[in-house]
Write a new protein. Sequence first.
Length: 322
Amino acid sequence: MATPELRHMLRDDDLNHDEQKQVLELAIKFRANRFYKQPFAGPQAVAVLFDKPSTRTRSSFSIGVAELGGYPLVIDKSGSQLGRGEPVADTARVLDRMAYGVVWRTFGQDRVEEMAKYSTHPVVNALTDDFHPCQILADFQTIAEHRGGVDNLHNQTIAYLGDAANNMANSYLLGGAVAGMDVRVAGPQGFLPRPDIVEDAKRIAAETGGSITVTTDAKAAADGADCVFTDTWVSMGEEAEYAIRSKPFWDYQVNDELMALAKPDAIFQHCLPAYRGKEVTSSVIDGPQSVVWDEAENRLHAQKALLTWLTGKARGDDSLLA
């Protein structure tokens, strides 16, 4: 048994190329057998915290922890002292003595980093304003299943179109770079990724054989792509501003014309919820190239794989890593 190594998943580059591959291969095994491994048998509790509303994240982590043999302790902001201003460090110290891991969907990236600082069990970022690493693992699992396996990911060109300054764009940049993909991110001026994240992605891509392109040209980004991604143009809490906020993004709508620029067998993904007729047309998301329902299901399998892998590292249990 290896020496225990506490690991967290706070941003996409917390896994290196080989580790990402290992998690994705494990995810595919979980899709084939949902009870492939049960590291939380007992049941052992995993705290699943929500500062933001959720459908897929709540469902996939709650069901996933249960299928891993554990007990999902789901806590909403309204039912938590965190929601009333308790310091993150204090909550972390308490949960660390009771739960075997923490999953948190919150706002600032600094919050999950603070939680991890005081935790002796794995902490997983279930979405912050900066990154959404669990979604990217599910997305890449979906690509692998439609493109001949995890070993072919480095041959893929992916294009993300829309709000390129959001957490999904950041995670595609970093996660795609880790996978060795050719990553293209397109958005309007004023809605492009932070330079430091682009630089991190380029540094990683140079090591893995991938490439990073950031552009304002949606058609150039989609040209010859193997997979096209988008996300809602309006984040949670901004719905009242949709008419105003959506104006810069109409040229980035994923429609039949844009999908025709990608490879003939290109697939379409969306992290959901989707707004048909806005960031994507019904003809695309409900059409033959769409794999969004595989993608949504794979949140369950990829997150179970990630929790199992992190737990194996934390316990020094190599049997959980394969």
